[in-house]
Design a protein around this ligand. Sequence first.
Ligand SMILES: Nc1nc2c(c(=O)[nH]1)N[C@H]1C(S)=C(S)[C@@H](COP(=O)(O)O)O[C@H]1N2
Ligand SMILES: [Mo]
Length: 196
Amino acid sequence: MIISPDTKRGQRIPPGQSQTVKWPVLDASGTPPIDMNKWRLDVFGLVEKEVSLTWDEFMALPRVEVFSDFHCVTRWSRLDNTWTGVAVSTLMELAGGVKAEAKFVSALGYDYGWTTNLPIADFLMEDALVATHHDGVALTPEHGGPARLIVPQLYAWKSAKWLGGLELLAEDKPGFWERNGYHNHGDPWKEERFGY
Ligand SMILES: Nc1nc2c(c(=O)[nH]1)N[C@H]1C(S)=C(S)[C@@H](COP(=O)(O)O)O[C@H]1N2
Ligand SMILES: [Mo]
């Protein structure tokens, strides 16, 4: 089990946040329909070998468990989440590694071209994964099932639900919320909530 470093802080609730025991649902345009026969996870762009995984191929990969907190920019924090899925590092190894020019990632959702962007260093953090289960239960569609990105050390909008693609890029490509007023980076401990 990978323990997210933020869960070891004395104060686990970032500034301006409050704890919730419920798990609210938040997204831009609702849950998209996903046909599992057509589901793919594409890793493409600046990797040595692009891959396009079917559901069965994805589920056959080595799995990890991550214990982490989840902070939404709308000011709720949900502590003590156990996510299971495939580590981002495993996916990058499968793609033969990221090229030296890769500096950013764009995560693509099945919800009509929704994306979010993050620097490669945040994407490659050891507690980042593509999760299929939360607290032992398969992710429901409303929470991003069948598979979603989880990046515990950034605000929750970076954790792309209904993940379909991971594009490795040389230049940054601001995503949906980033183009609509949210901060480009989104570190909850620095209160990087809004852009300029
Ligand atoms: N594909 C996709 N992922 C998304 C979003 C979205 O609109 N589309 N919204 C983000 C936002 S703003 C938040 S706070 C979290 C919420 O995840 P939850 O609904 O499971 O709580 O998902 C993030 N991931
Ligand atoms: Mo959010």
